[in-house]
Design a binder for this molecule. Structure first.
Ligand code: RIB
Length: 301
């Protein structure tokens, strides 16, 4: 069965420790509470899209281990289609996360099975890529696989959304297959070669990305909101004023939510407002998938 939103990406198990301050190199700090839960940028985005009312299919690769079993079981319980998911001989992805008292985090990922997603795996899901309305990609799976997915989906006329996180070197050709690019300020600086410090420099850097072939851009800027750059110009969407306790998966919630709103025919600006509300709820809770809201929570606001 073909679904409107196809997320191709990573699945991790997150192991998170809350700490007053993040350690500097060589330092040991005593942290607080430990939690373990679902994570991975791909999975978080798929879970967000599903909880927020999307018709979602998720492709990922997990290991033949208990983490992989639990991850697939939980995606199924969320109600998303995971019939495309595959198993790898490598262990399932794991992320070690520290979150400080300012809600900032630092994350180290052992990619494991995520690093085993190959262009052949992507070729094997060609029908789903060609049939989806929106294909949502990130960079926790190898670039050749991301490239292949973007190429197939773009050629079939899908809206190809790329959240370029974590940033890494990309072939310039990839940008020509991207309909909507959603970087944060750091990622945009890296890909455009222009230092992004404020809305003006973000608009200039977004212009540089358009020249590389990306159609539209939304720059996420945390508490400064998001900047939409299309052929019609720039528009800022204000952030919601909330007290953040953990920013993990805020960007993922934003991307998943945005795709849901677009799949419902809303404009980019309407979609960005919806995504902003969703990610504002995420930052007020601990964890990745544990913090992602449901549609009714936004409608009840
Ligand atoms: O974006 C947050 C995610 O990054 C975490 O869930 C972690 O697994 C890493 O992939």
């Amino acid at each position: 069965m073909i679904h409107k939103i196809l997320v191709v990406g990573s699945s991790n198990t997150d192991m998170t420790v809350k700490t007053a301050k993040l350690p500097v190199p060589g330092e040991t700090v005593l942290g607080g509470e430990f939690t373990m839960g679902g994570g991975g940028k791909g999975a978080n985005q798929a879970v967000a899209a599903q909880r927020l009312g999307g018709d979602v299919s998720f492709f990922c690769k997990v290991g033949k281990d208990i983490f992989g079993d639990n991850a697939l079981k939980s995606y199924e319980q969320e109600g998303m289609d995971i019939s495309l998911a595959k198993r790898s001989d490598k262990p399932s992805g794991v992320a070690l996360i520290s979150v400080d008292s300012n809600a900032e985090n630092c994350i180290v990922v052992a990619s494991g099975a995520n690093s085993d997603v190959r262009p052949e795996d992507i070729e094997s899901i060609r029908d789903a890529l060609e049939g989806a309305e929106i294909v949502l990609l990130q960079l926790e799976t190898p670039v050749p696989a991301v490239m292949k997915a973007a190429e197939i989906a773009h050629a079939a006329g899908a809206t190809v959304v790329l959240n370029p996180a974590p940033a890494c070197d990309l072939p310039e050709e990839l940008f020509r297959h991207i309909t909507l690019f959603i970087p944060n300020e750091t990622e945009l600086s890296r890909f455009s070669g222009i230092k992004v410090e404020d809305a003006d420099s973000a608009a200039k850097a977004a212009g540089a990305m358009k020249a590389k072939g990306v159609k539209d851009i939304i720059v996420t800027m945390g508490s400064k909101g998001s900047l939409i750059v299309t052929g019609d110009g720039c528009k800022t969407v204000e952030a919601c004023k909330v007290k953040a306790i953990d920013t993990t998966a805020a960007g993922d919630t934003y991307c998943g939510a945005l795709c849901v709103a677009l799949s419902e025919g809303r404009t980019l600006e309407e979609a960005a407002v919806f995504a902003t509300k969703a990610s504002a709820l995420t930052v007020q809770r601990m964890g990745a998938q544990a913090s992602i809201p449901y549609r009714k929570e936004i409608e009840n606001q």
